[in-house]
Design a protein around this ligand. Structure first.
Ligand code: MRU
Length: 346
């Protein structure tokens, strides 16, 4: 996607280094960062400099390829296996990370060049899938619609285009008049910071709403459709996505608002029977207790926004049962969230 007139992907491989957009600085600063080694790439995932299911998958694949480049000739396989475990320990929920690591690991066991080729193929596939998702999702969007989204499943969360936002970009490009409500998405505010920034760059009319405003807007008939992304989809269609998604899905059902998940098939975990088996990441309480931002004179500051000394609980994802999901927009078409239909995708 274009930033300041230049085309960017969120993450890419050049020689032995991975380059990526540092997402923790957005929307205040736009900076490209370099990860020179596989452990630098792991650090970028852990600290959420790179975040979002598809982008994490791509950098994890590149990290595995970097490990293949770094591995000594003697002890090559042991090094690769250890690197795989380190990469897989960075974040537990997003399926794409494990999907990419598994595929690049198999290729690394054949040769370094195969590992690099496969990591690049996965990143390219992620961008291509997002574009297809845009085409299918756009068929659901009519002129004049108001769409709500949660967290950031835009191009920053993938290699390019995004999932939940990809249909919105296409609808806008085709001249459909649409309006987007972006849920703030506490505690890290990916909606207020990243989705809003993306929409602004693309010139799409939007407004940020507090996380607790969605149900009220739906009750007033102000939301025509909700589209969100996914971090892992179980074999029966139960879907893990950013914390707060479940509440929106329940409200959408109550008020008759179609609730769509947009995700590539690389996000499906068909070995995971249902949502109860999806590992849910718990993150530091600091993310709830503190907020960071820019002061009027341009300083980046972090401040305590809760009662001093009170603890906080910070689950990063929740699971929306399939029964609340109208459909899943994939690169292969829009499917109902049922085990039988999902099986046919693979
Ligand atoms: O914790 P994050 O920011 O990596 O969260 C992942 C997500 O971006 C969201 O859950 C998103 O809605 C899923 S689609 C990438």
């Amino acid at each position: 996607m274009k930033v300041n007139g230049n085309n960017y992907r969120t993450v890419w491989l050049e020689g032995n280094s991975v380059f990526f957009i540092e997402q923790n600085l957005l929307p205040f600063r736009f900076r490209i960062q370099e990860a020179k080694s596989f452990s630098d790439s792991c650090h970028a995932i852990r600290t959420m400099m790179v975040r979002g299911a598809g982008a994490i998958g791509a950098i994890a694949g590149f990290a595995m390829a970097q490990a293949a480049m770094e591995a000594p000739v003697s002890g090559y396989a042991t090094f690769i296996d250890q690197a795989r475990r380190v990469i897989e320990s960075t974040r537990p929920t997003a399926r794409n990370l494990f999907y990419a690591v598994d595929k690049v690991h198999s290729c690394a066991m054949v040769s370094r060049s195969k590992a690099i080729e496969e990591a690049q193929r996965i990143a390219d596939q992620d961008a291509a899938d997002s574009l297809e998702i845009g085409e299918y999702g756009n068929s659901l969007i009519h002129d004049g619609m108001t769409i709500e989204t949660h967290c950031n499943a835009g191009w920053l969360a993938f290699v390019d285009y995004g999932t939940a936002l990809s249909p919105i970009y296409l609808a806008h490009q085709q001249g459909k008049k649409i309006f987007v409500y972006a849920d703030e998405t506490r505690p890290r505010s990916q909606g207020a910071r990243l989705t809003a920034w993306e929409l602004k760059q693309a010139g799409i009319p939007h407004t940020i709403i507090p996380d607790n405003a969605g149900a009220w807007l739906m009750s007033l008939g102000k939301i025509d459709m909700m589209i969100v992304g996914a971090d892992r989809i179980a074999a029966n269609g139960d879907t893990a996505n950013k914390i707060g998604t479940l509440e929106k899905a329940i409200a959408a059902r109550e008020y008759g608002v179609p609730f769509y998940i947009a995700a590539p098939t690389s996000t499906f975990d068909i070995d995971c029977l249902d949502g109860q088996h999806i590992p849910i990441e718990e993150r530091s309480e600091e993310e709830v207790l503190y907020q960071d931002g820019i002061t009027n004179d341009g300083r980046h500051e972090k401040i305590l926004v809760c009662s001093p000394g009170s603890p906080a609980f910070n689950p990063a994802f929740d699971v929306t049962p399939a029964k609340f999901i109208t459909g899943i927009i994939t690169e292969k078409g829009i499917v109902k969230p049922s085990a039988e239909i999902i099986r046919r995708l693979f």
